[in-house]
Design a protein. Structure first.
Lengths: 632, 102
């Protein structure tokens, strides 16, 4: 089975090719069979490979399919490397990916571009599998850019609306900043170590660089730049909320469960480099902390159901970065896995809500959907409980591990821990705010407003098996996924063992109680029966006080980052472009054109149409050539 | 038996060639231009024959046969074109026919 590892990305890639070649003329049944089936096959294969790999007891397995390019010292192959970390990733990608594909067959059923949707999705899964299976950084970079491309294509999937195209471009350009940093990091690694094979680098780097040396710091900082861009961390997080313009299954698969965790994967994969640069590793922790707090505050103010989930994704990836920063590699990967489960669940459930309400996104126009959308309701309860890390859900175990590891950090332990717990408190606040506003209280949904021309604008939940089954599985995984142990100990064995933190009983209890407290406050503000009275009154007073109003606007806008970039970069660029309207460099090109035009008009003069003239020039030329030959 | 020195033959060929060339360059009637071209072709042929007799080689003669064939074909095509030209423009004066002026 392991020898067939190359088929893993090949299945979805074949699906992509088939769907593209059909040029939209394939029936929807066929397209969904190919689209979902190819990923399903990949999942079955991934499971078989995992069983064999885990039974064999080997630490790693690698296979070279063929040589890609061989230039000088650079020897890059299509070679795959399998170890515990890769195993977790391929199972998440193909498993969650398959469930989301299945869900999409129901969700996208009315879309005219059905086949195009699935072709992009399949290409995405193929690229993502290449990314995590790659044994060298060039192949990883191929997958890295592939997923970026698919993200762009899928954010702008409904391209008729210019706003979606803008969001897609924004995502592409912002992540490009990180990708460039990563590319420079690869150049640096190659020029210093002479290899881009990941395992070789992990062996060579500690032998050539001392801890904290300039090269190690530069290389890991550049790789961190790439990770920050892809994983939507500060300061490159602005693209992710806008990426919600795409169809909801996309948000579930790409912008929550898999692609955005590629940065976490990259850092975990090259963890040796980060251990060589403790300052950068600490930076990772603080980037994560700042991001999770910033996104938490922002999520509390949002009105769009998908934007709330987007900010919560940013915040949860912040937790993963925090874990990476304090060296709790397996905790980060564990949280990556549980997050994939419950965030996919939340997004898919949100998709069901949105679909039932005729593409209404504003949570304050929903309300009291508990009875009308029971399946979505229970999925949201389960997903939010896991997101909030209520005891015994999957998120509880992973977030617990991260916070304990943060507390164990020798110098900044307390600071990181307090920040993390504050983030957990806010997570509870915003996720249950979402639940209470959408599913409790009284209904604010006006059907005629959302779909004025639709006579059948009733709220009907779509519970076709294709959409129901993935929700059920994901809900199960969100509840019990915490019991799965990730087999990554061997991967991170060489890194320093983190001694079990001796946490006082008080701190541990506090850590468990704080999310519950958050849920209760959220209930008080949004969910309690006199929600229209007391809660609303309190909120009103908060918003109307000068500080509260300012904070509301500030947090709603995502800490003004969009505006900052707009002024600092976009408008500055536009101004420069305006000044340089007649491009200086154009002079050279226009000069070439002028010379060509002048020569043309000169040569046109020789074209007299007179046959005698041609004959004379012929003879003259002949005479000159012969003369050159004779008298030279 | 006296041979004609090959220099003489070549000089004759050169004179013929120049005659033809002058004809091509100066004549206005396209029929005469065509005839002058024939003279030039034959001058070449003569040069080939002279050369082949100088080096006692048959290839020059073979070449001349080929030139002859070529000339015949060329004349056939050329005359056909001239007839078409006359039908269309009612003139055979090439200095009038300069429609291809750039």
């Amino acid at each position: 089975m392991q020898n067939w590892i190359g088929l893993l990305p090949a299945f979805p890639l074949a699906g992509f090719v088939l769907l593209v070649l059909s040029r939209g003329r394939m029936s929807k049944t066929a397209a969904s069979f190919i689209g979902a089936g190819s990923v399903g096959l990949a999942f079955v294969l991934a499971v078989l490979i995992s069983i064999e790999f885990l039974n064999s007891g080997a630490q790693s397995f690698s296979k070279t399919l063929w040589v890609w390019m061989q230039v000088g010292e650079l020897d890059t192959g299509f070679s795959f490397y399998l170890d515990g970390l890769t195993l977790v990733m391929i199972l998440i990608i193909s498993g969650v990916g398959f469930l989301i594909h299945l869900y999409s067959t129901g969700f996208m059923a009315d879309d005219p571009d059905f086949a195009r949707f699935f072709s992009y999705m399949n290409l995405f899964v193929a690229s993502m599998l290449v990314l995590v299976l790659a044994d060298n950084l060039i192949l990883l970079y191929l997958g890295w850019e592939g997923v970026g491309l698919c993200s762009y294509l899928l954010i702008g999937f409904w391209y008729q609306n210019p706003a979606n195209g803008y969001a897609a471009r924004k995502a592409f350009v912002v992540t490009r900043v990180g990708d460039t940093s990563m590319a420079i990091g690869l150049f640096l690694l190659f020029s210093q170590l002479g290899s881009l094979n990941i395992q070789e680098i992990l062996v060579l780097a500690p032998s050539q660089w001392s801890t904290g040396s300039g090269m190690a710091v530069a290389a890991s900082a550049l790789l961190l730049g790439g990770a920050v861009g892809k994983s939507a961390q500060l300061p490159l997080q602005t693209w992710l909320p806008d990426a919600m313009a795409g169809p909801t299954p996309i948000s579930a698969l790409i912008h929550a469960a898999t692609m955005v965790t590629a940065g976490v994967y990259l850092i975990a994969r090259t963890h040796v480099l980060f251990e060589l640069a403790p300052s950068v590793q600490l930076l990772v922790a603080f980037v994560g902390l700042a991001t999770l707090l910033m996104a938490g505050f922002t999520a509390m103010m949002q009105r769009d159901i998908k934007r709330i989930l987007a900010y919560s994704t940013i915040s949860q990836i912040g937790y993963m970065f925090l874990a990476l920063g304090v060296g709790a590699w397996s905790a980060a990967v564990f949280h990556l896995m549980t997050h994939a489960f419950f965030k996919a669940l939340l997004f898919l459930a949100a998709g069901t809500v949105i679909l039932s309400l005729h593409h209404e996104h504003d949570i304050f126009k929903m309300g009291a959907m508990r009875r009308r959308l029971p399946v979505s309701f229970w999925c949201f309860i389960v997903g939010s409980a896991a997101l909030t890390a209520l005891p015994f859900t999957s998120g509880f175990y992973s977030k617990d591990a991260i916070l304990l590891a943060a507390l164990a950090h020798p110098t900044y332990g307390m600071l990181l821990w307090v920040g993390g717990v504050l983030g957990a408190f806010m997570t509870a606040l915003y996720s249950f705010r979402l639940v209470f506003v959408v599913f409790f209280g009284s209904s604010h949904y006006a059907a005629h407003e959302a779909a004025p021309h639709d006579d059948h604008a009733a709220v009907v939940e779509n519970t076709s098996p294709a959409m129901f089954f993935p929700l059920l599985i994901l809900a199960g995984l969100s509840l019990f996924g915490g019991l799965i142990s990730v087999p990554v100990d061997a991967v991170f064995a060489q890194s320093g063992v983190h001694e079990e933190a001796h946490v006082s009983q008080f701190l541990h209890t506090l850590m468990i109680l704080i999310p519950i407290l958050g849920v209760m406050i959220s209930w008080l503000l949004y969910g309690s029966v006199p929600y229209e009275k007391a809660g609303a009154h309190l909120r009103q007073r908060l918003v109307q006080s000068p500080l509260g109003g300012w904070l509301n606007r500030f947090w709603f806008s995502g800490w003004g980052m969009d505006k900052l970039y707009q002024t600092l970069l976009v408008q500055a660029f536009l101004m420069l472009a305006h000044i340089n309207r007649k491009d200086v460099i154009d002079i050279a090109f226009n000069g070439t054109a002028f010379v060509a035009r002048f020569a043309n008009s000169a040569l046109v003069l020789t074209q007299t149409g007179n046959m005698r003239w041609y004959a004379i020039s012929l003879v003259a030329g002949l005479v000159i050539v012969i003369g050159l030959g004779v008298f030279r | 038996m006296d041979f004609i020195p090959y220099e003489h033959g070549l000089i004759l060929a050169a004179i013929l060639f120049v005659c033809g060339l002058v004809g091509v360059l100066t004549r206005r009637n396209i029929v005469f231009v065509l005839m002058s071209l024939e003279i030039m072709l034959n001058a070449c042929g003569l040069a080939f024959v002279v050369a082949s007799s100088r080096w006692q080689h048959a290839e020059g003669q073979v070449m001349f046969l080929m030139i002859l064939t070529l000339a015949a074909a060329e004349v056939a095509v050329g005359l056909g074109l001239i007839i078409q030209m006359y039908r269309r423009f009612h003139t055979v004066d090439i200095s009038v026919l300069n429609e291809m002026k750039g």
